[in-house]
Design a protein around this ligand. Structure first.
Ligand SMILES: [Zn+2]
Length: 108
């Protein structure tokens, strides 16, 4: 718990320091979500800044505090991403077939 709070404070501080330095509008995005598997507050593993248009955004990568659980969550995410990619590919193929049929009709 204490670790999570400190990490958030640090991330916010980084954003605040950047804002003072650059005198530009900055957005700090720190989102702590509970682990989808065990419900523990996820901890920040990585903090980096991304430039989106004119504003810099602090991005964070969070992981489950339980390494074993994080591994399982990542595997589940991987499976879900693979399935989503398959569905996307199938619908693209279907669209391509549809287009081809249309062309055939036009040619006749
Ligand atoms: Zn977990």
């Amino acid at each position: 718990m204490a670790v999570v709070t400190d990490a958030v404070a640090v991330a916010i501080q980084i954003g605040a320091t950047n804002a003072i330095k650059k005198h530009k509008r900055k957005t700090t995005m720190v989102q702590i979500t509970p682990c989808i598997r065990c419900g523990k507050n996820r901890i920040i593993s990585k903090t980096w800044t991304e430039k989106i248009g004119e504003s810099k955004v602090v991005r964070t990568d969070t992981v489950c505090p339980d390494p074993e659980c994080q591994k399982i969550v990542e595997e589940q995410l991987q499976v879900r991403n693979d399935r989503m990619r398959q569905v996307q590919e199938q619908s693209l193929k279907r669209r391509a077939n549809f287009r081809r049929k249309k062309v055939d009709i036009v040619l006749k």
